[in-house]
Write a protein that binds this ligand. Structure first.
Ligand code: GDP
Length: 198
C-alpha cells in the first residue's frame, strides 16, 4: 500500500466521540516506550504525525488518523507505566476496554512488543482479554534493528511458546518491524490493504 495521505482527525478520551464515519479501523497499542509513535510515523512516512512522547503514560488519548481517505489508524495510549497510580490504572483500563468492546469500526488491533524483551505479564494479560472478547489482533515486534537475526528468531519463538504455555490454542499473526530502517513496513501495510479489499 502506498500512503497518499495521512491526516490527524481528532483526539479524545471518550469512545462515543470517535469519528462517526464507517471506515475500517486499525488500533495500535503497547507499553509506553515500545516504539508506537515511531512505528506510526514510519508506516505513514510522516516525521511527526504521532508525537513521540517525552513523558510516557501522560497522553491518555484516542488519536484518529485518516489514511488515504479510506481507513483509520488509531493511536491508543501506552500502558504499563510503573509510575501511574492505581486509580489512573483502573481509569485507563475502563477507557481501553470500552474502546475495544464498543468500537464497531475496529477491524483489528496491533499489539506492539519490544523484540528484546521476554514476555511481560501486562501484555500477556491484555492479549488474553482480547482473545476472550474475540477481538482480532496481530503482534508487532518493534526495534528489530537492535538484535541480530538469530536472536530475533529466538525471542519470537520464546514469545509464541509463552502464549502456548498460557493455553492459547494457536499463536497470532505477527510482524517484525524496525522504525529505524523500515523493516516490516510493506508487510504490515499490505496486510491492512488485503483486509480492506475483502
Ligand atoms: P512510544 O512511547 O511507544 O510512542 O515510543 P517512541 O516511538 O516514543 O519510542 C521510544 C524510544 O524508542 C525512542 O527513544 C525511540 O527513538 C526508540 N525507538 C522506537 N522505535 C525504534 C526502532 O525501531 N529502533 C530503535 N533502535 N529505536 C527505536
Amino acid at each position: 500500500m502506498q500512503i497518499k495521505s495521512a491526516t490527524f482527525v481528532i483526539s479524545n478520551t471518550d469512545v462515543s466521540r470517535c469519528p462517526n464515519e464507517p471506515l475500517p479501523e486499525y488500533a495500535f497499542i503497547g507499553r509506553s516506550n515500545v516504539g508506537k509513535s515511531s512505528l506510526i510515523n514510519m508506516l505513514t512516512e510522516r516525521k511527526s504525525l504521532a508525537k513521540t512522547s517525552g513523558r510516557p503514560g501522560k497522553t491518555q488519548l484516542i488519536n484518529h488518523f485518516k489514511i488515504n481517505g479510506n481507513w483509520f489508524l488509531v493511536d491508543l495510549p501506552g500502558y504499563g507505566y510503573a509510575r501511574v497510580s492505581k486509580t489512573a490504572k483502573s481509569k485507563f483500563q475502563k477507557f481501553i476496554t470500552s474502546y475495544f468492546s464498543q468500537r464497531k469500526q475496529l477491524v483489528s488491533a496491533f499489539i506492539l512488543i519490544d523484540i528484546r524483551h521476554s514476555p511481560q505479564a501486562i501484555d500477556m494479560e491484555f492479549m488474553q482479554w482480547l482473545g476472550e472478547n474475540q477481538i482480532p489482533f496481530s503482534i508487532v515486534f518493534t526495534k528489530a534493528d537492535k538484535l541480530k537475526p538469530k536472536a530475533i528468531e529466538r525471542n519470537i519463538q520464546a514469545y509464541l511458546q509463552a502464549m502456548l504455555d498460557d493455553l492459547w490454542e494457536e499463536t497470532p499473526n505477527y510482524f517484525v518491524t524496525s522504525s529505524s530502517n523500515g523493516t516490516g513496513r510493506e508487510e504490515l501495510l499490505d496486510y491492512i490493504d488485503q483486509i480492506n479489499k475483502q
